[in-house]
Ligand binder design. Structure first.
Ligand code: FES
Length: 368
C-alpha cells in the first residue's frame, strides 16, 4: 500500500506557454485569474525548464495555452524540446497557423497536433468559440495538417449545446485523417463552472452519445481510436484524475509556477514553487503542493479503506473541493461518497433548464 509512496518520474508535462487566446470558449480551463503576458517565462527560461524536465524523466510535453501559437518563439521552444529528446504535442485552436507557420513548427521538430473543435458547422462553432470565421480557419488548418501527414488528435469538447453533432465530429476526424478523437465532456472547474447550467447535458443526451460512441468504436476499429469519458455528473465511479496527484504529471503555468494539475490553484492553502527559484526535480520530489495529496496517507473515509484507492486515487481533488468544500474528501462522483447525491441533483436540475445563454471567456484587451 502506498501510504508513503516512492516518487517515480513524471511522464507528461503540460507547458502553458501563455494565457492569451483569440477564442472565448465558455468552458475555458484556464484559471479565472489569467496571467499577464509581461510575466511569461522567456524563451531561455523555457529552454532551461525543458532540459530539466527531460533530465527528470519526462517523455512528452503538451504545449498549451491559452493559444500557444501566439508565442512568436514557439519554434524555438519546440526545437529546445526536440533537442532534449522530448515528444512534443501542440494543443491548438488552429485559427492562427497558416501553412508556412505549420511547416516552420514541423521543421523545428513538432511531433503531434491536438486540435480542438467547438462544433461541426460555422454557425455553431463560431458562436461557442466567440470568433467569427474561426471554424473556417480551423478547417483550413486541419487540411494542412492532414496534407503534411502530421499525427493528429481531434479534441471534441462536448456539452448540451453541441452533443447532437457528435456523429459529424467523428466524420471530421476521419476526413482529416486523425488517428484519435477525444470525445471530452466539459469539466466544470474555473470558468466552466460559471456556465455549467448552460452546458450540462441531459441524461437522455448522454445515453445517446454513449450509444453512438459504442457503435462507432465497432464500425471504425483500426481507423479511428475513440476515447470517451462519461461526464462526471452522470458517473458513479471517479476517474483517477491526473493518474493520481503527483504520480505522473506536472503542469507549468505561463509564469513558471509548477502545479500537480491545471486547476490546483483553486485549492486554498496550497503553495506552489516556481521554476525561476527552485529546480524542477526539487519541486517534483519535495514541493508541499505535490506532497499534500500524494499517495493515500491523506485520505479520509470512505477512501481510506476503499479497495479501489490505489486505482482511482480518490478521484479529483479540485472537484471534491468544489462540490463538498474539502479537497481531502472523496470525489463526489463516487457512489460511496456521502455527497454523491449532489452530482445527480445538480445534473438533473441544470440540464433541464432552457436558457442556453453563457458568459464568454475574454482575455481583457488591456492584458493582450
Ligand atoms: Fe485538479 Fe482533478 S482537476 S485534481
Amino acid at each position: 500500500m502506498l501510504d508513503k509512496p516512492a516518487i517515480g518520474a513524471p511522464i507528461g508535462m503540460l507547458c502553458e506557454l501563455t494565457h492569451r487566446c483569440p477564442l472565448q470558449c465558455p468552458y475555458c480551463s484556464n484559471p479565472v485569474e489569467l496571467e499577464r503576458p509581461a510575466g511569461e517565462l522567456t524563451t531561455g527560461e523555457w529552454r532551461d525548464v525543458l532540459a530539466q524536465a527531460a533530465a527528470l524523466g519526462v517523455l512528452q510535453i503538451h504545449l498549451s495555452g491559452g493559444e500557444p501559437t501566439l508565442r512568436r518563439d514557439l519554434e524555438e521552444i519546440i526545437k529546445a524540446a526536440a533537442d532534449a529528446g522530448l515528444y512534443t504535442n501542440l494543443i491548438t485552436a488552429g485559427v492562427h497557423v497558416d501553412r508556412a507557420r505549420l511547416k516552420a513548427l514541423l521543421d523545428a521538430g513538432l511531433d503531434h497536433v491536438q486540435l480542438s473543435l467547438q462544433g461541426t458547422d460555422a454557425a455553431t462553432a463560431d458562436r461557442i468559440a466567440g470568433m467569427q470565421g474561426g471554424f473556417e480557419r480551423k478547417m483550413a488548418f486541419a487540411q494542412a495538417v492532414a496534407e503534411e501527414g502530421v499525427p493528429l488528435t481531434v479534441n471534441a469538447v462536448m456539452h448540451r449545446q453541441n452533443l447532437a453533432q457528435l456523429p459529424e465530429m467523428l466524420e471530421i476526424a476521419l476526413k482529416f485523417k486523425a488517428h484519435r478523437i477525444e470525445v471530452a465532456h466539459v469539466q466544470y472547474y474555473g470558468w466552466a463552472l460559471k456556465n455549467r447550467a448552460a452546458l450540462m447535458p441531459t441524461r437522455r443526451q448522454m445515453d445517446k452519445a454513449t450509444e453512438q460512441v459504442t457503435e462507432a468504436r465497432e464500425r471504425l476499429k483500426g481507423r479511428l481510436q475513440i476515447d470517451y469519458v462519461v461526464p462526471d455528473y452522470y458517473a458513479s465511479r471517479p476517474k483517477p484524475c491526473m493518474g493520481g496527484w503527483g504520480r505522473s504529471f506536472l503542469n507549468v503555468t505561463p509564469v513558471g509556477d509548477v502545479l500537480p494539475c491545471h486547476a490546483a490553484q483553486t485549492i486554498p492553502g496550497l503553495t506552489f514553487d516556481n521554476v525561476r527559484d527552485t529546480p524542477l526535480k526539487e519541486i517534483w520530489e519535495t514541493s508541499s503542493a505535490f506532497e499534500t495529496y500524494r499517495g493515500t496517507g491523506w485520505m479520509k473515509a470512505p477512501c481510506r479503506t476503499c479497495p479501489e484507492r490505489e486505482k482511482d486515487w480518490g478521484g479529483c481533488r479540485c472537484q471534491a473541493l468544489m462540490m463538498t468544500g474539502d479537497a481531502a474528501n472523496a470525489d463526489p462522483v463516487c457512489a460511496r461518497s456521502p455527497f454523491h447525491h449532489l452530482m445527480e441533483d445538480t445534473a438533473a436540475g441544470e440540464s433541464e433548464r432552457h436558457d442556453d445563454t453563457f458568459i464568454p471567456r475574454r482575455f481583457a484587451r488591456s492584458d493582450a
